[in-house]
Design a protein around this ligand. Structure first.
Ligand code: AMP
Ligand code: ZN
Length: 393
Protein backbone atom coordinates (compact mmCIF):
# COMPACT_ATOMS: atom_id res chain seq x y z
CA UNK A 1 0.00 0.00 0.00
CA UNK A 2 1.15 3.55 -0.60
CA UNK A 3 -0.24 6.64 1.11
CA UNK A 4 -1.69 9.66 -0.69
CA UNK A 5 -2.62 12.83 1.13
CA UNK A 6 -4.89 15.27 -0.67
CA UNK A 7 -5.17 18.70 0.91
CA UNK A 8 -8.62 19.98 0.21
CA UNK A 9 -11.19 21.78 2.37
CA UNK A 10 -14.13 19.41 3.04
CA UNK A 11 -17.06 20.88 4.99
CA UNK A 12 -17.93 18.86 8.09
CA UNK A 13 -21.44 17.99 6.89
CA UNK A 14 -19.91 16.07 3.97
CA UNK A 15 -17.24 14.07 5.85
CA UNK A 16 -19.29 10.90 6.08
CA UNK A 17 -20.47 10.98 2.46
CA UNK A 18 -16.99 11.71 1.14
CA UNK A 19 -15.53 8.82 3.13
CA UNK A 20 -18.11 6.42 1.76
CA UNK A 21 -18.00 7.68 -1.79
CA UNK A 22 -14.27 7.98 -2.31
CA UNK A 23 -13.88 4.24 -2.95
CA UNK A 24 -15.94 4.62 -6.12
CA UNK A 25 -13.32 6.99 -7.57
CA UNK A 26 -10.98 4.06 -8.25
CA UNK A 27 -10.72 0.41 -7.32
CA UNK A 28 -7.09 1.09 -6.41
CA UNK A 29 -8.21 3.08 -3.34
CA UNK A 30 -8.00 0.68 -0.41
CA UNK A 31 -8.60 3.03 2.50
CA UNK A 32 -9.80 6.58 2.93
CA UNK A 33 -10.19 8.85 5.92
CA UNK A 34 -11.03 12.52 6.14
CA UNK A 35 -8.56 14.28 8.42
CA UNK A 36 -11.04 15.69 10.91
CA UNK A 37 -8.28 16.74 13.33
CA UNK A 38 -6.53 19.01 10.86
CA UNK A 39 -9.92 20.31 9.73
CA UNK A 40 -9.30 19.53 6.07
CA UNK A 41 -7.76 16.97 3.73
CA UNK A 42 -8.23 13.29 3.06
CA UNK A 43 -5.70 10.50 3.63
CA UNK A 44 -5.86 7.58 1.22
CA UNK A 45 -4.07 4.26 1.02
CA UNK A 46 -3.57 3.07 -2.55
CA UNK A 47 -2.66 -0.28 -4.09
CA UNK A 48 1.04 -0.49 -4.97
CA UNK A 49 0.36 -0.42 -8.70
CA UNK A 50 -1.95 2.62 -8.50
CA UNK A 51 -1.34 5.69 -10.66
CA UNK A 52 -1.08 8.26 -7.85
CA UNK A 53 -1.32 11.33 -10.03
CA UNK A 54 -4.44 10.28 -11.89
CA UNK A 55 -6.16 9.14 -8.66
CA UNK A 56 -5.34 12.44 -6.97
CA UNK A 57 -6.89 14.35 -9.83
CA UNK A 58 -10.00 12.11 -9.93
CA UNK A 59 -10.57 12.32 -6.17
CA UNK A 60 -9.97 16.06 -6.09
CA UNK A 61 -12.40 16.59 -8.99
CA UNK A 62 -15.05 14.37 -7.40
CA UNK A 63 -14.80 16.11 -4.01
CA UNK A 64 -14.96 19.57 -5.62
CA UNK A 65 -18.01 18.55 -7.64
CA UNK A 66 -19.65 17.06 -4.56
CA UNK A 67 -19.14 20.23 -2.54
CA UNK A 68 -20.40 22.38 -5.39
CA UNK A 69 -23.60 20.39 -5.92
CA UNK A 70 -24.55 19.86 -2.30
CA UNK A 71 -27.11 21.84 -0.40
CA UNK A 72 -25.62 22.84 2.91
CA UNK A 73 -27.61 21.64 5.90
CA UNK A 74 -27.47 21.94 9.65
CA UNK A 75 -27.24 18.95 11.97
CA UNK A 76 -30.83 18.14 12.88
CA UNK A 77 -31.21 16.01 16.00
CA UNK A 78 -34.82 15.39 17.06
CA UNK A 79 -34.21 13.38 20.18
CA UNK A 80 -31.50 11.68 22.20
CA UNK A 81 -31.72 9.06 24.94
CA UNK A 82 -29.67 6.71 27.10
CA UNK A 83 -26.17 6.74 28.50
CA UNK A 84 -23.29 5.81 26.24
CA UNK A 85 -21.30 3.16 28.13
CA UNK A 86 -17.95 1.70 26.93
CA UNK A 87 -18.33 -0.77 24.06
CA UNK A 88 -18.12 -4.40 25.11
CA UNK A 89 -16.93 -5.82 21.81
CA UNK A 90 -15.41 -4.74 18.51
CA UNK A 91 -16.73 -5.59 15.06
CA UNK A 92 -13.67 -7.79 14.37
CA UNK A 93 -14.55 -9.93 17.40
CA UNK A 94 -18.10 -10.31 16.10
CA UNK A 95 -16.83 -11.43 12.69
CA UNK A 96 -14.46 -13.92 14.32
CA UNK A 97 -17.26 -15.37 16.48
CA UNK A 98 -18.17 -19.05 16.08
CA UNK A 99 -21.83 -18.04 15.84
CA UNK A 100 -21.50 -16.85 12.29
CA UNK A 101 -19.67 -17.73 9.12
CA UNK A 102 -18.44 -15.22 6.56
CA UNK A 103 -19.34 -16.65 3.14
CA UNK A 104 -17.84 -13.90 0.99
CA UNK A 105 -17.42 -10.13 0.99
CA UNK A 106 -20.49 -8.83 2.83
CA UNK A 107 -22.15 -12.28 3.02
CA UNK A 108 -22.79 -13.82 6.41
CA UNK A 109 -24.52 -17.00 7.60
CA UNK A 110 -25.69 -16.93 11.20
CA UNK A 111 -25.70 -19.92 13.55
CA UNK A 112 -28.55 -20.69 15.98
CA UNK A 113 -27.58 -18.22 18.74
CA UNK A 114 -27.59 -15.16 16.48
CA UNK A 115 -30.44 -16.44 14.34
CA UNK A 116 -32.64 -16.60 17.46
CA UNK A 117 -31.85 -12.97 18.23
CA UNK A 118 -32.67 -12.00 14.64
CA UNK A 119 -35.94 -13.93 14.89
CA UNK A 120 -36.78 -12.07 18.11
CA UNK A 121 -36.04 -8.74 16.42
CA UNK A 122 -38.29 -9.78 13.56
CA UNK A 123 -41.01 -10.62 16.07
CA UNK A 124 -40.67 -7.17 17.65
CA UNK A 125 -41.11 -5.64 14.18
CA UNK A 126 -44.14 -7.83 13.55
CA UNK A 127 -45.71 -6.78 16.85
CA UNK A 128 -45.15 -3.18 15.86
CA UNK A 129 -46.86 -3.80 12.51
CA UNK A 130 -49.77 -5.54 14.20
CA UNK A 131 -50.20 -2.65 16.64
CA UNK A 132 -50.77 -0.24 13.73
CA UNK A 133 -52.71 -2.81 11.67
CA UNK A 134 -50.19 -2.93 8.84
CA UNK A 135 -51.12 -5.52 6.21
CA UNK A 136 -48.53 -8.21 5.44
CA UNK A 137 -46.95 -8.57 1.98
CA UNK A 138 -44.41 -10.99 0.49
CA UNK A 139 -42.28 -9.85 -2.40
CA UNK A 140 -39.51 -11.25 -4.64
CA UNK A 141 -35.83 -10.69 -3.88
CA UNK A 142 -35.29 -9.74 -7.52
CA UNK A 143 -36.78 -6.83 -9.43
CA UNK A 144 -36.89 -6.10 -13.14
CA UNK A 145 -34.70 -3.32 -14.49
CA UNK A 146 -37.84 -1.59 -15.84
CA UNK A 147 -39.45 -1.58 -12.43
CA UNK A 148 -36.47 -0.11 -10.60
CA UNK A 149 -36.09 2.41 -13.41
CA UNK A 150 -39.67 3.48 -12.78
CA UNK A 151 -38.77 3.85 -9.11
CA UNK A 152 -35.85 6.06 -10.17
CA UNK A 153 -33.41 3.74 -8.42
CA UNK A 154 -30.97 3.27 -11.30
CA UNK A 155 -29.98 6.90 -11.80
CA UNK A 156 -29.93 7.64 -8.07
CA UNK A 157 -27.93 4.68 -6.75
CA UNK A 158 -25.93 3.17 -9.63
CA UNK A 159 -23.03 2.32 -7.32
CA UNK A 160 -25.21 -0.07 -5.31
CA UNK A 161 -26.70 -2.07 -8.19
CA UNK A 162 -26.24 -5.83 -8.59
CA UNK A 163 -27.35 -7.12 -11.97
CA UNK A 164 -28.68 -10.62 -12.54
CA UNK A 165 -28.12 -12.41 -15.81
CA UNK A 166 -28.38 -15.88 -17.39
CA UNK A 167 -26.83 -17.88 -20.17
CA UNK A 168 -28.24 -17.45 -23.62
CA UNK A 169 -30.56 -20.30 -24.54
CA UNK A 170 -27.93 -22.20 -26.51
CA UNK A 171 -26.82 -25.76 -25.66
CA UNK A 172 -23.32 -25.25 -26.98
CA UNK A 173 -22.81 -22.23 -24.70
CA UNK A 174 -24.24 -24.01 -21.66
CA UNK A 175 -22.28 -27.24 -22.33
CA UNK A 176 -19.05 -25.31 -22.81
CA UNK A 177 -19.51 -23.64 -19.42
CA UNK A 178 -20.29 -26.92 -17.68
CA UNK A 179 -17.14 -28.41 -19.23
CA UNK A 180 -15.07 -25.42 -18.10
CA UNK A 181 -16.26 -25.87 -14.51
CA UNK A 182 -15.74 -29.63 -14.34
CA UNK A 183 -12.63 -29.38 -12.12
CA UNK A 184 -11.86 -32.05 -9.57
CA UNK A 185 -10.32 -29.74 -6.95
CA UNK A 186 -12.75 -26.83 -7.39
CA UNK A 187 -9.94 -24.51 -8.47
CA UNK A 188 -11.15 -23.70 -11.96
CA UNK A 189 -11.98 -20.50 -13.79
CA UNK A 190 -15.77 -20.15 -13.73
CA UNK A 191 -16.10 -16.73 -15.37
CA UNK A 192 -18.17 -17.09 -18.55
CA UNK A 193 -17.39 -14.81 -21.49
CA UNK A 194 -19.74 -11.82 -21.65
CA UNK A 195 -21.05 -12.78 -25.12
CA UNK A 196 -22.48 -16.02 -23.70
CA UNK A 197 -24.75 -14.08 -21.35
CA UNK A 198 -28.10 -12.43 -21.95
CA UNK A 199 -28.62 -8.71 -21.38
CA UNK A 200 -29.15 -7.87 -17.70
CA UNK A 201 -32.90 -7.89 -17.22
CA UNK A 202 -33.09 -8.00 -13.45
CA UNK A 203 -31.49 -6.64 -10.32
CA UNK A 204 -31.22 -7.89 -6.77
CA UNK A 205 -33.63 -5.77 -4.75
CA UNK A 206 -32.01 -2.95 -2.77
CA UNK A 207 -35.02 -2.41 -0.48
CA UNK A 208 -38.31 -4.15 0.25
CA UNK A 209 -40.66 -1.23 -0.32
CA UNK A 210 -40.16 -0.92 -4.09
CA UNK A 211 -42.34 -3.95 -4.72
CA UNK A 212 -45.20 -2.56 -2.63
CA UNK A 213 -46.03 0.56 -4.69
CA UNK A 214 -46.93 -1.22 -7.97
CA UNK A 215 -49.38 -3.37 -6.03
CA UNK A 216 -51.55 -0.25 -5.71
CA UNK A 217 -51.06 0.96 -9.27
CA UNK A 218 -54.14 2.80 -10.58
CA UNK A 219 -55.97 2.25 -7.27
CA UNK A 220 -57.74 4.48 -4.80
CA UNK A 221 -56.69 3.56 -1.27
CA UNK A 222 -59.50 2.35 0.99
CA UNK A 223 -58.00 4.11 4.04
CA UNK A 224 -55.61 6.86 5.00
CA UNK A 225 -53.01 5.81 5.80
CA UNK A 226 -52.86 2.35 4.28
CA UNK A 227 -49.99 0.55 6.01
CA UNK A 228 -48.15 -2.42 4.54
CA UNK A 229 -45.27 -4.45 5.95
CA UNK A 230 -42.76 -6.85 4.42
CA UNK A 231 -39.37 -8.30 5.23
CA UNK A 232 -36.58 -9.82 3.21
CA UNK A 233 -32.98 -9.89 2.15
CA UNK A 234 -31.84 -6.73 0.41
CA UNK A 235 -28.66 -6.26 -1.58
CA UNK A 236 -26.41 -3.25 -1.92
CA UNK A 237 -22.92 -3.32 -3.34
CA UNK A 238 -20.90 -1.40 -0.75
CA UNK A 239 -17.42 -1.74 -2.32
CA UNK A 240 -14.71 -1.39 0.35
CA UNK A 241 -17.19 0.06 2.81
CA UNK A 242 -18.20 -3.52 3.72
CA UNK A 243 -17.00 -4.14 7.27
CA UNK A 244 -18.52 -6.24 10.05
CA UNK A 245 -22.15 -7.34 10.07
CA UNK A 246 -23.12 -3.66 10.11
CA UNK A 247 -22.41 -3.09 6.42
CA UNK A 248 -23.21 -6.15 4.36
CA UNK A 249 -23.86 -6.89 0.71
CA UNK A 250 -26.88 -9.05 1.63
CA UNK A 251 -28.77 -7.83 4.70
CA UNK A 252 -32.20 -8.31 6.21
CA UNK A 253 -34.57 -5.38 6.12
CA UNK A 254 -37.99 -5.08 7.75
CA UNK A 255 -40.12 -2.31 6.30
CA UNK A 256 -43.45 -0.73 7.11
CA UNK A 257 -44.71 1.31 4.18
CA UNK A 258 -47.32 4.05 4.51
CA UNK A 259 -49.55 5.34 1.71
CA UNK A 260 -51.94 8.24 2.22
CA UNK A 261 -52.13 12.00 2.50
CA UNK A 262 -49.04 14.03 3.34
CA UNK A 263 -50.39 15.09 6.74
CA UNK A 264 -51.32 11.59 7.91
CA UNK A 265 -47.93 10.29 6.84
CA UNK A 266 -46.13 13.05 8.75
CA UNK A 267 -48.08 12.08 11.87
CA UNK A 268 -47.55 8.38 11.19
CA UNK A 269 -43.80 8.92 10.95
CA UNK A 270 -43.78 10.76 14.28
CA UNK A 271 -45.59 7.82 15.86
CA UNK A 272 -43.17 5.32 14.32
CA UNK A 273 -40.21 7.29 15.68
CA UNK A 274 -41.74 7.31 19.18
CA UNK A 275 -42.31 3.51 19.02
CA UNK A 276 -38.74 2.95 17.85
CA UNK A 277 -37.29 4.98 20.72
CA UNK A 278 -39.28 2.81 23.13
CA UNK A 279 -38.03 -0.41 21.52
CA UNK A 280 -34.39 0.68 21.62
CA UNK A 281 -34.72 1.89 25.21
CA UNK A 282 -36.04 -1.58 26.12
CA UNK A 283 -33.11 -3.16 24.29
CA UNK A 284 -30.73 -1.08 26.42
CA UNK A 285 -29.33 0.78 23.42
CA UNK A 286 -28.70 4.53 23.69
CA UNK A 287 -29.22 6.57 20.55
CA UNK A 288 -30.53 9.58 18.75
CA UNK A 289 -32.93 10.45 15.96
CA UNK A 290 -31.14 12.61 13.42
CA UNK A 291 -31.75 14.05 9.98
CA UNK A 292 -29.98 12.14 7.24
CA UNK A 293 -29.72 11.59 3.51
CA UNK A 294 -29.25 8.66 1.16
CA UNK A 295 -25.67 8.07 0.09
CA UNK A 296 -24.72 9.66 -3.20
CA UNK A 297 -21.78 8.58 -5.25
CA UNK A 298 -23.17 9.51 -8.64
CA UNK A 299 -22.88 13.18 -9.53
CA UNK A 300 -26.55 13.38 -10.48
CA UNK A 301 -27.88 12.21 -7.12
CA UNK A 302 -25.99 14.62 -4.88
CA UNK A 303 -28.65 17.29 -5.12
CA UNK A 304 -31.49 14.87 -4.41
CA UNK A 305 -29.71 13.50 -1.35
CA UNK A 306 -28.98 16.88 0.16
CA UNK A 307 -32.53 17.98 -0.73
CA UNK A 308 -33.69 15.15 1.56
CA UNK A 309 -31.73 16.77 4.38
CA UNK A 310 -32.92 20.26 3.71
CA UNK A 311 -36.56 19.11 3.74
CA UNK A 312 -36.28 16.62 6.61
CA UNK A 313 -37.41 13.72 4.41
CA UNK A 314 -35.13 11.17 6.05
CA UNK A 315 -34.49 10.56 9.74
CA UNK A 316 -32.33 7.81 11.09
CA UNK A 317 -32.11 6.10 14.43
CA UNK A 318 -28.42 6.05 15.24
CA UNK A 319 -26.70 4.22 18.07
CA UNK A 320 -23.14 4.90 19.26
CA UNK A 321 -20.82 2.52 17.42
CA UNK A 322 -17.05 1.93 17.26
CA UNK A 323 -16.62 3.11 13.67
CA UNK A 324 -15.24 6.34 12.25
CA UNK A 325 -18.48 8.24 12.58
CA UNK A 326 -18.93 7.01 16.12
CA UNK A 327 -22.49 5.91 15.35
CA UNK A 328 -24.49 3.49 13.26
CA UNK A 329 -27.87 4.00 11.59
CA UNK A 330 -30.01 1.00 12.52
CA UNK A 331 -33.39 2.22 11.29
CA UNK A 332 -34.69 4.92 8.96
CA UNK A 333 -37.94 6.91 8.72
CA UNK A 334 -38.52 8.25 5.23
CA UNK A 335 -41.06 10.38 3.44
CA UNK A 336 -41.16 10.34 -0.36
CA UNK A 337 -43.87 12.96 -0.79
CA UNK A 338 -45.94 12.17 -3.93
CA UNK A 339 -43.11 10.60 -5.95
CA UNK A 340 -44.38 6.98 -5.97
CA UNK A 341 -48.02 8.08 -5.86
CA UNK A 342 -47.51 9.94 -9.13
CA UNK A 343 -45.34 7.28 -10.78
CA UNK A 344 -47.81 4.51 -9.94
CA UNK A 345 -51.00 6.56 -10.11
CA UNK A 346 -52.14 5.92 -6.53
CA UNK A 347 -54.91 8.02 -4.98
CA UNK A 348 -56.00 8.72 -1.43
CA UNK A 349 -59.65 8.04 -0.45
CA UNK A 350 -60.30 11.75 -1.08
CA UNK A 351 -58.94 11.35 -4.65
CA UNK A 352 -55.68 13.18 -4.26
CA UNK A 353 -52.33 11.83 -5.41
CA UNK A 354 -51.09 9.65 -2.55
CA UNK A 355 -47.91 10.40 -0.68
CA UNK A 356 -45.80 7.54 0.62
CA UNK A 357 -43.24 6.87 3.31
CA UNK A 358 -41.35 3.91 4.69
CA UNK A 359 -39.76 2.86 7.93
CA UNK A 360 -36.92 0.36 7.68
CA UNK A 361 -35.32 -1.68 10.45
CA UNK A 362 -31.96 -3.22 9.51
CA UNK A 363 -32.00 -6.46 11.50
CA UNK A 364 -28.28 -7.27 11.06
CA UNK A 365 -27.36 -3.79 12.22
CA UNK A 366 -29.51 -4.04 15.33
CA UNK A 367 -27.85 -7.38 16.14
CA UNK A 368 -24.46 -5.76 15.56
CA UNK A 369 -25.36 -2.86 17.89
CA UNK A 370 -26.55 -5.28 20.60
CA UNK A 371 -23.32 -7.28 20.42
CA UNK A 372 -21.13 -4.19 20.49
CA UNK A 373 -22.99 -2.63 23.44
CA UNK A 374 -23.80 -5.71 25.51
CA UNK A 375 -20.95 -8.08 24.56
CA UNK A 376 -20.77 -11.49 22.96
CA UNK A 377 -22.00 -13.33 26.06
CA UNK A 378 -25.79 -13.22 25.85
CA UNK A 379 -26.02 -14.24 29.52
CA UNK A 380 -24.54 -10.86 30.41
CA UNK A 381 -27.07 -8.79 28.48
CA UNK A 382 -29.27 -6.48 30.56
CA UNK A 383 -32.33 -8.17 32.04
CA UNK A 384 -34.85 -5.89 30.32
CA UNK A 385 -33.20 -6.46 26.95
CA UNK A 386 -33.21 -10.24 27.47
CA UNK A 387 -36.89 -10.11 28.37
CA UNK A 388 -37.75 -8.00 25.32
CA UNK A 389 -35.95 -10.51 23.12
CA UNK A 390 -37.40 -13.51 24.94
CA UNK A 391 -33.94 -14.88 25.79
CA UNK A 392 -34.44 -17.55 28.41
CA UNK A 393 -32.10 -17.89 31.41
P1 AMP B 1 -32.13 2.87 3.95
O1 AMP B 1 -33.15 2.34 3.00
O2 AMP B 1 -30.84 3.23 3.28
O3 AMP B 1 -32.65 3.95 4.84
O4 AMP B 1 -31.75 1.64 4.89
C1 AMP B 1 -32.66 1.10 5.81
C2 AMP B 1 -31.90 0.34 6.89
O5 AMP B 1 -31.25 -0.76 6.28
C3 AMP B 1 -30.77 1.12 7.54
O6 AMP B 1 -31.24 1.92 8.60
C4 AMP B 1 -29.88 0.01 8.02
O7 AMP B 1 -30.33 -0.47 9.25
C5 AMP B 1 -30.06 -1.06 6.99
N1 AMP B 1 -28.94 -1.13 6.02
C6 AMP B 1 -28.74 -0.32 4.96
N2 AMP B 1 -27.63 -0.69 4.27
C7 AMP B 1 -27.12 -1.76 4.94
C8 AMP B 1 -25.99 -2.61 4.74
N3 AMP B 1 -25.15 -2.45 3.72
N4 AMP B 1 -25.79 -3.63 5.62
C9 AMP B 1 -26.63 -3.82 6.66
N5 AMP B 1 -27.71 -3.05 6.90
C10 AMP B 1 -27.96 -2.04 6.05
ZN1 ZN C 1 -38.25 1.80 1.84
Amino acid sequence: MKPLRIDIEIPAFLHRDVEHGVFYCSEKILEGRVDRDAGSGIDLELADDADTESIESTVRGWIEQTIQRSLRYEDDVLQEWGEAAPFRSETEEILASKDLKVMGNGLVSYGPRYTRILQSLLEICEQLSASVEAEPFMTPAVATVEHLQRCDFLAQFPQAISFVTHFREDHSVIDRFAEQCRGTDGAVDCQPPAEHLKPFGMLLRPAVCYHIYPYFEGETLDRDPYLACAVGDCFRYESRNTTGIDRLFDFRLYEIVGLGSDETLQRWREGMIAEAVEIFTDLGLPGRIAGSNDPFFAAGSILKSTFQRAHALKYELEVPFPNREGRLAVASFNLHRDFFGTRFDIQTPSREVASTGCVGYGLDRILSALLVHHGLDLEQWPQRCRERLGIRA
